[in-house]
Design a protein around this ligand. Structure first.
Ligand code: ATP
Ligand code: MG
Ligand code: MG
Ligand code: MG
Length: 566
């Protein structure tokens, strides 16, 4: 490609809402452009990166034996009614009616659709196991889209769903997916960690998230300095054996009540009848403007009761179950109140068995707390304390000590068991010709989020530094005064052809710009290898080469250049 043919939309402007480096650089390098809240156009340079990420994912999924399918973005609500998630999912699910007044939703995930497909298409145990995947657009009406494509409303996900006769078979495919994910994220050039994750209300035996380590991450990842042990801090079990947690009541007595909103206020405003059964937890670190509070309900409180409440302090009604993770952590089935703006972000049912160490907060930079927890007295407050307590502790795996870093969740694999197959009655004939409900696993990768995460780990003050495997171009040729020097032009064109013939993705900067402008653009868009062709070098038979990560360039004899690049 030549720059004359490319929308090279580099800019010095950094939008004020771009608070993380990847968001800033994706705008500045002309990779994305905002359209509306949480919606982005991908420009040609960005699409090249996306397609490379997709290609790596597709290759490894195919290698693992998964089959590619493509399901509609638009999903009939009947299937969501059937699975029971129509109630649970909350406003992240964008619902609408078609011209015949039939109910539909934009797919945030595809368990219902694939389970419906499988129950219709797969008849016999002989056809199992199967693993279907797609790379497709998802829509989640995130309460706070932010960080650019890292948490957007529309995004591309690779999602896969496997079906099995039994748990052993599910475990096998799950392990295969775990291995495939390790290959994928290694090939993408990312520093990542597979971590044990909370299975939430779905239950089941296994869930791992794949986190790219970066300070801008929204999760805390605890891992051992000397083994593969790693866990999302959300998962209390990873840090403390269940039996060792103090009773929840004990822990609750240590909880402060926020001055601004007394328990009384909170209950009134939620129209809660059972005032006595509620306690509030002020998450330390909250400010007056952001008094992050968790309201803890005791006993078998009926959460439906508060379902219709509107928040008087924000324009929109409470977002029920706006954060699935919190709802899952709380084990709330009927729906709970997620981290809605500012005032009372988290409500959990204290009767839930596995309420521990979950992330809560206003889903806003600096207000997303991990370790809101009343099962362990050591971790009752906010993230900083949590770190103090657990960092350096012996790892629960018995090897090394606990290190804590921030992580960006780029992948998530999950043993679903028979949750969806039971609800949708997805069964096949077993060896004894009896109908048997299927076991199911699901496996997601945030394709667009991966691009942002890659930048979070690979940049400098000049711009992006793409990992080789996903760079939009591997090499750029920057000819000096090409439009004045026929010799420079000829050699640049020849080199361009030679590199293309080798199957190398090469960008020829054929603009008549000042060298400084060309250099800074090529640095900003992060091309790993740069070749400068100038009269002076050519006089000595030399080309100038610079690796994006190196400070200095080097002179390479023209004749040796192709072999040098290999
Ligand atoms: P998060 O905790 O960040 O909200 P999630 O747990 O809700 O993510 P999953 O349901 O596990 O997400 O979806 C699989 C993958 O899709 C995630 O691991 C993540 O990489 C990606 N993803 C989820 N939500 C978004 C989003 N709003 N924007 C971009 N990518 C997303
Ligand atoms: Mg989410
Ligand atoms: Mg998550
Ligand atoms: Mg997840």
């Amino acid at each position: 490609m030549k720059t004359s043919n490319l929308l090279l939309a580099t800019t010095r402007e950094t939008p004020s809402d771009a608070v993380v480096i990847s968001h800033q650089l994706m705008i500045r390098a002309g990779i994305i452009r905002p359209l509306a809240g949480g919606l982005y156009n991908w420009l040609p340079l960005g699409v090249r990166v996306l397609r490379k990420v997709e290609a790596i994912i597709r290759e490894e999924m195919n290698r693992s034996g998964a089959q590619e399918v493509l399901m509609p973005v638009v999903q009939p609500m009947e299937l969501w009614e059937e699975s029971g998630r129509a109630n649970d999912y909350g406003p992240e699910l964008l619902r609408f009616k078609d011209r015949h007044q039939r109910d539909f939703a934009l797919g945030p995930t595809h368990e219902e659709i694939i389970t419906d497909l499988v129950r219709k298409e797969i008849r016999s145990y002989k056809q199992l196991p199967v693993n279907f995947y797609q790379i497709q657009t998802k829509f989640r009406d995130e309460i706070r889209p932010r960080f650019g494509v890292m948490r957007s409303r529309e995004f591309i996900m690779k999602d896969a769903y496997s079906f099995h006769m039994d748990r052993e078979s599910l475990q096998e495919t799950y392990d295969e997916m775990h291995a495939a994910y390790c290959r994928i994220f290694s090939r993408l050039g990312l520093d990542f960690r597979p971590v044990q994750a909370d299975t939430g209300s779905i239950g089941g035996d296994g869930s791992h998230e794949f986190h790219v380590l970066a300070d801008s991450g929204e999760d805390d990842i605890a891992f051992s300095t000397h083994s593969d042990f790693a866990a999302n801090v959300e998962l209390a079990e990873a840090l403390a054996p269940k039996g060792e947690r103090p009773a929840a009541t004990e822990a609750l007595t240590k909880v402060a009540t926020p001055n601004k909103h007394s328990i009384e206020d909170v209950c009134n405003f939620l129209q809660l009848k059972q005032k006595k059964v509620a306690k509030t937890l002020l998450v330390q670190g909250a400010t007056e403007a952001h008094p992050v509070v968790a309201l803890v309900l005791r006993g078998d409180h009926e959460l439906n009761e508060i379902k219709a409440v509107k928040h008087p302090l924000v324009a929109e009604p409470f977002a029920f179950a706006s954060d699935q993770a919190i709802m899952d952590a709380a084990g709330c089935k009927a729906g709970s109140i997620g981290p809605v703006d500012l005032k009372i972000p988290v409500i959990v049912d204290r009767s839930a068995a596995h309420m521990a160490d979950f992330v809560c907060g206003a889903n806003e930079d600096g207000f997303h707390f991990t370790g809101a927890n009343w099962d362990r007295d050591t971790q009752i407050t906010e993230v900083a304390d949590l770190r103090n307590v657990v960092k350096g502790d012996p790892s629960p795996c018995g090897h090394g000590h606990i290190e804590i870093r921030r992580g960006i969740e780029v992948g998530h694999i999950f043993q679903l068991g028979n949750k969806y197959s039971t609800a949708l009655n997805a069964n096949v004939q077993n060896e004894n010709s009896r109908a048997q409900i299927l076991e199911m696993g699901c496996y997601g990768i945030g394709v667009t989020r991966v691009v942002a995460a890659a930048i979070e780990q690979n940049y400098d003050d000049k711009g992006v530094i793409w990992p080789e495997s996903i760079a939009p171009f591997q090499v750029c040729i920057v000819p000096m005064q090409m439009h004045k020097s026929p010799r420079v032009a000829e050699i640049a064109q020849q080199l361009y052809k030679d590199l293309q013939a080798q199957g190398i993705d090469v960008l020829l900067d054929d603009r008549s710009e000042r060298p400084g402008v060309m250099f800074s653009d090529m640095d900003l868009i992060g091309i790993p290898h740069r070749i400068v062709i100038g009269e002076r070098g050519l006089d000595n038979g030399m080309l100038e080469y610079k690796y994006r990560r190196d400070a200095e360039s080097q002179e390479i004899p023209q004749a040796e250049f192709m072999s040098f690049l290999q």
